[in-house]
Structures are given as structure tokens and as C-alpha cells.
Design a protein around this ligand. Structure first.
Ligand code: AMP
Length: 389
């Protein structure tokens, strides 16, 4: 699936484009700029996280031909910050300039039905699942995947949105109604002991490096913290890293890819999701790894060698969600007094509704659990008023 356009190595100060204006775009741009590249973002948010730091902003929608024409005239290669971009727009770009990851890989992870089909076709382990596109298919899913299952909309669901857990077969139709009877995936509920993720970076020449496994904790279906390396033992860790390599290889992927897995109670891994981009669970690689996930994205895009993924230190990251703002602006001074070694990242977002990812904190510590405890304490230090975090 590698792009047919562009085989030359792009050296600084080449101009790199990113489609999408959020924090992942911002951190990609920061890594690219450190290496001396020019950066251009295509976004409809003129003052969003990525636009604030880019050399140049092409304002508009990524499925608008005029916007794409302006963008392509300003950049020598393109990446995406998030999978929910227009795959038609990405395809248009990829016919003109190097575009990595490939639009087909992005398209697979935009839709849970395509993603699950891809994984099953390649013999990769997932939760038991069935497609639900009709009442008949729902009945089959209840019989074969149920009685307990999670119904997930095939597209535009993230952070637990568009999901309903069903524990009684009689409630299945109501649940599908509540999701608007859109195409869904019905998944068996995995009895897991941990949620882990692996990031893999794959270069144009097929060179691949996986980062150590991260262990993720979610609150209300939103990632709350990651620690790396995950305390999962060498066999599970190697299996997880092999899974990520297999997926990247099967896609002919060029770029950074994240594979999220459940570690089931019986010790087996089940792939939950693939993200065709750097991931929230890899933010701590900015400080903790020899080459961060964002620098790997730059290197893969430009045809440079993929860097080593060794950790300088175990680390933990905690997210700073909008909830933290509910008692007023957080007290960052007190957070840094609580732990002066904390690395504070704020994404420059204006409004801070509950659940919005506003920033994160990273702590390096020889013991990852201690790193997590310190990161949580630093975050607690930022709390103003009575905020439930
Ligand atoms: P997702 O949007 O698919 O990442 O799901 C969000 C969260 O819901 C996951 O991080 C899990 O905590 C939970 N979840 C999703 N699918 C399953 C499943 N098949 N079994 C158990 N828990 C799940």
C-alpha cells in the first residue's frame, strides 16, 4: 500500500504538511520544526493547537478541492494527525505528493467493520465479533457473540462514544435503535486484566521499530494514564510487539501506528483498535524515548531512518482533561511545586469542557509505578476548588 509518488529523501528545510489541527498535529509540527523542517497545517480551526505553532495555515476543509489545491502547492509531503480525515481528500493528495500513511490504511481504521475484517482476515486475535447492519444480523450476533456484548457504531466513534453494552439479549434491539440503526460491530465482552498499547514506526524501506509496551488506564472510556514499560512480563510484551509489527507489515504501512490490545484474564492478547498515527499512550516518548513517536512520524514521512525506541527511563503520563478546569484555571505553579521534574504539556485549547483533552503531564522515574504516582500527585496539585479527578 505504499504511495507510488515520491521516493526521494526529504531533507530540512523541506515543507511538511499535516492534515488536521489538534494536539497530535501540534506535537508532530514541534518535532518537525526541531529538525529544521517547515510546517503547514490544513485545518478549519485557524487558532487550534496545530495552527498556533505551524509556520503556515491553510484554512479550510480537507474534502474541499480548492483547499486541497492550496495545501498541495505549499508542501512537499503530507501526513495526518488523526484518522477522521477525508480519505477521498487524502487519496487526492497521494496522487500528487508523498502521503504517509497511505489513504487505504487510514480508511481501514476509520471504520470498525473494515478494521475487524482486516484483522480477522490476517488471523489476528480480536474479541469475538459480528457485523450488525440489519435486524437479522443483530439476531445472529446475539446468538453467536452474546449474551453480554458491546455494540459499537462502525464509524465516528472514539473515547467510548457510540457504544452500548448489552447484558440482556432482549435489550439488543433497543440498543441498536439508540445508536440510530447505523452499521455496527457487536463485540463479545473481554474479561481483561489490562489494556495495553504498542506503537510501531515503519520506514519506507520496511525498517520497523516498536516502542516498549504501554499500560493504559481509562476513566469513563477516556485514556487517563499510561505507564511504560507495562508490567506484563517478557512473553506478553514480545507477543504484543510482534502483533504490531505484523499489522504494520500486512498494511505495507509507512509511518507510526498504534495497536491497542486487551490482555485477557487467561493471558492472551486481543486487538481492540488500530490508530494510523501517533497515539495518546505514546506522548511520554517525547521525554522518555531516544526517538519520540512524533519524530518517528517525521522520519518515516521524509524517508529517513527510523530511530531507536529504547527508553532513557521508564515513565508515566497522565492526561489533563477539561474536568480539571471546572473549579477555575488549574494551578500549574502548584503542580510543578508538587513535582518540579514534571513535564507539562498544554495544547493551547480555549474552551475546557469535561472530557476534552487539554494537555498532559509526564514524569520519568526508574520505577514506572512511582512515575505514575508522582504524575497523579502533580496533577492533583493543579486542582483548584473541589474537582473530582
Ligand atoms: P474503544 O472505543 O473500542 O477503544 O472502547 C473504549 C473502552 O471500552 C476500551 O478502552 C475498554 O475499556 C472498553 N471496551 C471496549 N471494547 C471492549 C470489549 N470488547 N470488552 C471489554 N471492554 C471493552
Amino acid at each position: 500500500m505504499s504511495s507510488s509518488v515520491g521516493t526521494e529523501i526529504l531533507l530540512p528545510p523541506a515543507s511538511l504538511g499535516v492534515v488536521g489541527g489538534g494536539q497530535l498535529g501540534r506535537m508532530f509540527i514541534q518535532a518537525a520544526q526541531r529538525m529544521g523542517y517547515r510546517t503547514v497545517v490544513l485545518t478549519d480551526e485557524a487558532d487550534g493547537p496545530a495552527a498556533q505553532v505551524a509556520h503556515e495555515v491553510v484554512k479550510g476543509k480537507d474534502d474541499d478541492l480548492r483547499t486541497l489545491q492550496r495545501f498541495v502547492s505549499r508542501v512537499e509531503a503530507v501526513t495526518v494527525e488523526f484518522e477522521n480525515v477525508s480519505s477521498a481528500g487524502l487519496r487526492w493528495l497521494s496522487a500528487r505528493i508523498p502521503t504517509r500513511p497511505d489513504w487505504r490504511a487510514v480508511r481501514i481504521s476509520q471504520n470498525r467493520l473494515r478494521e475487524k475484517t482486516f484483522l480477522s482476515r490476517h488471523g489476528l486475535p480480536t474479541a469475538p465479533w459480528k457485523p450488525v447492519r440489519s435486524a437479522e444480523e443483530l439476531a445472529v450476533a446475539v446468538a453467536e457473540v452474546g449474551p453480554s456484548m458491546i455494540l459499537k457504531t462502525a464509524s465516528s466513534g472514539y473515547d467510548g462514544k457510540g457504544q452500548i453494552r448489552i447484558d440482556e439479549p432482549g435489550k439488543a434491539l433497543d440498543a441498536w435503535d439508540a445508536l440510530g440503526r447505523v452499521p455496527c460491530v457487536a463485540e463479545g465482552v473481554v474479561d481483561f486484566t489490562a489494556e495495553i498499547s504498542v506503537l510501531v514506526a515503519r520506514g519506507r524501506d520496511g525498517q520497523m521499530e516498536t516502542f516498549p509496551v504501554g499500560m493504559n488506564r481509562h476513566e469513563r472510556h477516556i485514556l487517563d494514564s499510561t505507564l511504560m514499560p507495562a508490567p506484563v512480563g517478557p512473553i506478553v510484551s514480545q507477543e504484543a510487539r510482534d502483533l504490531a509489527r505484523t499489522i504494520a507489515e500486512a498494511m505495507g504501512y509507512v509511518g507510526v501506528l498504534c495497536v491497542e490490545c486487551f490482555l485477557a484474564r487467561e493471558g492472551t492478547l486481543r486487538v481492540n483498535e488500530i490508530a494510523p498515527r501517533p497515539h495518546n499512550s505514546g506522548h511520554l516518548t517525547i521525554e522518555a524515548a531516544t526517538t519520540s513517536q512524533f519524530e518517528q512520524q517525521v522520519r518515516a514521512l521524509c524517508g529517513l531512518p527510523i530511530g531507536p525506541t529504547t527508553l532513557r527511563s521508564p515513565a508515566a503520563m497522565v492526561n489533563l482533561l477539561g474536568d480539571l478546569w471546572s473549579g477555575g484555571p488549574p494551578d500549574w505553579s502548584n503542580a510543578l511545586r508538587t513535582d518540579p521534574a514534571a513535564s507539562l504539556h498544554l495544547y493551547g485549547k480555549g474552551a475546557a469542557p469535561m472530557g476534552r483533552k487539554m494537555g498532559h503531564l509526564t514524569i520519568l522515574d526508574p520505577d514506572p509505578e512511582t512515575a505514575l504516582a508522582r504524575a497523579l500527585a502533580a496533577r492533583q496539585g493543579a486542582v483548584v476548588g473541589n474537582v473530582p479527578i
